[in-house]
Design a protein around this ligand. Sequence first.
Ligand code: PEP
Ligand code: MN
Length: 355
Amino acid sequence: MNDSMQKIWNKRPIIISGPCSAETEEQVLETATRLAATGKVDMLRAGIWKPRTKPGMFEGIGTKALPWMASAKKATGLPITVEVATAKHVEDALQFDVDMLWIGARTTVNPFSVQEVCDALRGVDVPVLIKNPINPDLELWCGGIERLQKVGMKDIGMIHRGFSNYGNTEFRNAPMWHLPIEMKRRFPEMLLICDPSHICGNRTGLQNVAQKSIDLDFDGLMIESHIDPDNAWSDAKQQITPERLAEMLNDLVWRFENSDKKEFLTALAKLREQINHIDDELLTLIGQRMKIADKIGTYKRENNITILQTNRWNEILAKAFVKGELLGLSKDFITKYFDAVHLESISHQNKIMND
Ligand code: PEP
Ligand code: MN
């Protein structure tokens, strides 16, 4: 990648912003100018080719918008990034010196398309970000990364934009935070960016989601911005003005995974040691609990009694809710914890019954 891009690639946090779609030359230029004026944005994004759910919706300006992006870059110094979904998109984008490409969520789900994009990228030295697939399938996301690696792409990053689900929830695309966390575990060195705009689908949730991603040690944000959000040609509900973006970035609390402050590190190490002890004790206790469940299993087998006894289980849960509340543990956690213990217990007893 070029030098200015390399600087941004290494910077934390990386802030990428710009309209969902490039609409007019003036809109692209004014957005870029106002974003650059905030002094808080590292890259300009815009959708040129838009994958839309229904036909007849605005499907992007197409290649004609690439010179607009190039001029905005020239005027503001902001490097540019666009979404690509076909070999032709890649070719066109590279002709206009786009600094970084991204693969959209609807493309990541389709290995044919990802492979087509990858083949067009062979031998090209440009960073590529790949969004999670719209469905919560980590293997597909990993598959996309592997395809990029196989054609020799060196600079690859991930964008978490949430996962679609049927029915209305608080989110347009549920964040399912455990999934990007698992990707971070699998690819610890890989850049991970959060896209709160497509997770929320509205303006009000952006700040919370952005903060959550920072707290989870994401490397940056991609947030859609528009000079006149309400009249945007796509994703009007979730876009914010460049000035609102700056305010939001100001209000976020930036936390870093590592700190070199000695006092803090010693205190942290002590607390972690305590947690390690407690985890160890918890596991020992759960092991003991299972041994008792095994004994009960033997007893049930000898007396031909079913493993599952609903009344007994409800009684345990009801008690745990009461105690949990006193201890500040949520009902949701108690339910999940006891479900897991219960399932393990049943599987132990199943083995004993059927051996
Ligand atoms: C976008 O970034 O405008 C976009 C189309 O997002 P996604 O691929 O996450 O739906
Ligand atoms: Mn969008």
